[in-house]
Design a protein around this ligand. Structure first.
Ligand code: HEM
Length: 407
């Protein structure tokens, strides 16, 4: 029998074929073991069923062929008339529980826009112009996810808000603000997260999974954060993001569930959570009473105590989470609703329920939410408003509300 070397010497075509096969094998091996969650080059036609977290390697994502159903137009949506939804996500005491608070969401309601759009848009525009590189950025390994997110919004927004957005052959136009966005030209006209920031009222972040199985903040459009900065949390994993901010009971109550959730969430899931804070200033973009935005040492300790109640603002975030099917990035939206306390306290049951919720905070939660700086003035005001609602017969003496949480 001839040796392999002799066979190749006699037949150069056979030698070429063998080299080509060897190269192909090296390429397949390299791409299937890539550490960051990215498109898997060996998968030519995306499957429709995703591989479950327990069956895929950490950091690996096989693109799947999933598309959320087309949303119907938001009923009667009007940029001047549609009011912000009245989320009031606080519960009567006596006990406040720290929980993930995730509820199933509906893809149709992914992005909420209302008659504060133009106000949010103007603030965002000004901030993108003056400090955009700090507020919006994407790590190279998350660029595909950021572009996928931009494409997803260009598909969703014109269907959901047709009086404001028009889909074009190259992207999307906003007919109210008179902006045109080309998302197919390369290089892109601007950082994709800046464009995303201009399109919606939400802030938005993308988490990608590393080869250690942890989710990392790799892309963000964090323009109206109030209390934190993208620059400080960029590239951190979920645990670092939350422990660096001293989120109460994170290790005991949140960490395990959160890490597992990010590993398992699939493109056909969407979840929602709500939170709320008090502010003693009217800064939607940045709560300046905790210190200047560019200062490295900010916190409730710098805030002025016992300001008059007209300076107290109610800040509530509606957050959603879903996974992008092509890149595998997990998208976290943060839509802020921001109103003077004196306004929300006019709503039936709100002053009584908010006062009860504030009294139910444990010391750790009270410290995190800065209650020492406003508690006495705010509770006195809310108790008085609650009493007025009882006396006028608007609500019952026991304060029990027929309105369902989180409204
Ligand atoms: C399952 C998902 C998540 C849960 C359950 C969760 C939970 C929490 C909780 C309980 C807090 C305290 C304030 C509040 O009540 O909201 C918090 C704060 C925060 N979370 Fe999350 N979170 C999640 C995902 C994320 C993601 C993906 C990011 C990425 C940007 C993030 C960034 C933050 C930041 C920046 C803060 C403020 C921390 C600070 O004060 O410095 N969270 N989160």
């Amino acid at each position: 029998m001839k040796s392999t070397v002799a066979m190749f010497e006699e037949d150069p075509i056979l030698l070429c074929l063998a080299i080509a096969l060897l190269l192909a094998a090296i390429l397949v091996k390299t791409y299937s073991s890539r550490p960051n969650i990215q498109k898997d080059a060996s998968a030519s036609t995306p499957p429709t069923t995703p591989i479950s977290a327990s069956k895929r390697n950490p950091g690996q994502w096989i693109p799947i062929d999933f598309k959320a159903p087309d949303p119907p137009p938001y009923p009667d949506w009007d940029v001047k008339l549609t009011k912000p939804l009245p989320y009031r996500p606080f519960k009567y005491g006596p006990t406040y529980f720290v929980t993930m608070g995730l509820r199933k969401g509906n893809f149709d309601d992914w992005i909420e826009l209302d008659n504060e759009y133009l106000k949010f848009h103007a603030i965002k525009k000004e901030r993108i112009e003056t400090r955009g590189d700090k507020l919006c950025k994407t790590a190279p390994e998350a660029l595909d996810a950021a572009i996928e997110l931009l494409e997803t919004l260009c598909d969703y927004l014109p269907k959901r808000y047709p009086s404001m957005f028009i889909r074009t052959s190259v992207g999307i136009n906003n007919v109210v603000t008179d902006e045109e966005f080309n998302i197919v030209k390369r290089p892109l006209a601007e950082e994709p997260m800046k464009t995303i920031g201009r399109l919606i009222q939400d802030d938005i972040a993308i988490m990608t999974e590393g080869s250690d199985g942890q989710s990392y903040l790799k892309s963000g459009s964090i323009i109206l954060p109030g209390f934190w900065k993208l620059e400080e949390k960029f590239n951190m994993n979920l645990s670092e993001i939350h422990t660096s901010g001293n989120v109460p009971q994170f290790r005991e109550k949140l960490e395990k569930g959160m890490v597992n959730f990010f590993k398992r969430v699939m493109p056909d899931d969407m979840v929602i959570r709500h939170n709320y804070f008090m502010q003693v200033d009217d800064g939607l973009a940045w709560s300046h009473s905790i210190g200047p935005e560019d200062s490295p040492h900010v916190g409730w300790f710098t805030a002025e105590k016992d300001k008059v109640v007209e300076n107290h603002w109610f800040r509530s975030e509606r957050q959603t989470l879903r996974r992008l099917p092509r890149s595998g990035g997990v998208v976290f939206t943060i839509r802020t609703y921001f109103h003077p306390v004196t306004e929300v306290a006019k709503e039936p049951y709100v002053p009584g329920r908010l006062a009860s919720a504030i009294r139910s905070w444990g010391d750790d939660v009270a410290k995190y939410k800065g209650s020492e700086k406003y508690k006495s003035i705010l509770l006195e005001f809310l108790d008085e408003e609650n009493r007025k609602q009882i006396d006028s017969g608007l609500i019952t003496e026991d304060g029990s509300s027929p309105l369902k949480y989180p409204y």
